[in-house]
Design a protein. Structure first.
Length: 179
């Protein structure tokens, strides 16, 4: 359905031996090692969502300036302006959450809750922004010729990477209850 810009494939290893010196962590720590990467990956994915949402906003803005109905660009219509304003606010809020999580990571602080918060917010944000961008584009946005068509589809792929929205809520709730 989406994510045509990134390659996904199956890797299969048969009869492969890896020397113990190549192991990450100690024997029995596999889950801890895997989970330690999740926070960083959630921030990275959140950053990707902000970038894709910015692109959806940029596409909507440029289309609104070009598209003329009843003698004037649709960018002059209040309904379109409110969509653009909502998209702008969402993108900037998401960007701020990514910066906060990244700063905590860089400082060596615990950033699990910040990473999950950024992922949860940006997951919902990219859905809202691409929905609004598609609405600005109208029927044209639903065609393969419009860049927003692919952006809209690709945005949905973030639902599944590094934990669903439900998982992010559990991580955040644990933090809230422990603090």
């Amino acid at each position: 359905m989406g994510l045509h810009g990134t390659g996904h494939a199956w890797l299969r290893y048969n009869d492969m031996l890896v020397d113990d010196s190549m192991r990450l962590g100690e024997l029995g720590q596999g889950l801890d090692v895997a989970l330690s990467f999740l926070d960083y990956s959630r921030v990275s994915l959140s950053n990707c969502m902000v970038g894709l949402a910015q692109r959806a906003l940029d596409e909507a803005k440029e289309f609104a300036k070009r598209r003329v109905t009843f003698g004037k660009p649709i960018s002059e219509r209040q309904a379109i302006q409110t969509h653009l304003a909502d998209m702008y606010a969402d993108v900037n809020a998401g960007r701020g959450l990514v910066h906060t999580a990244a700063e905590l990571c860089d400082a060596g602080a615990d950033f699990t809750a910040a990473a999950a918060t950024a992922k949860l917010f940006n997951l919902n944000m990219i859905g809202r922004v691409t929905d609004l961008s598609l609405r600005v584009h109208g029927g044209y946005g639903y065609t393969k010729e419009a860049p927003i068509e692919r952006i809209y589809r690709d945005a949905r792929g973030f639902w599944f990477e590094e934990g669903t929205a439900e998982i992010q809520r559990l991580v955040i709730a644990r933090h809230v209850l422990d603090s």
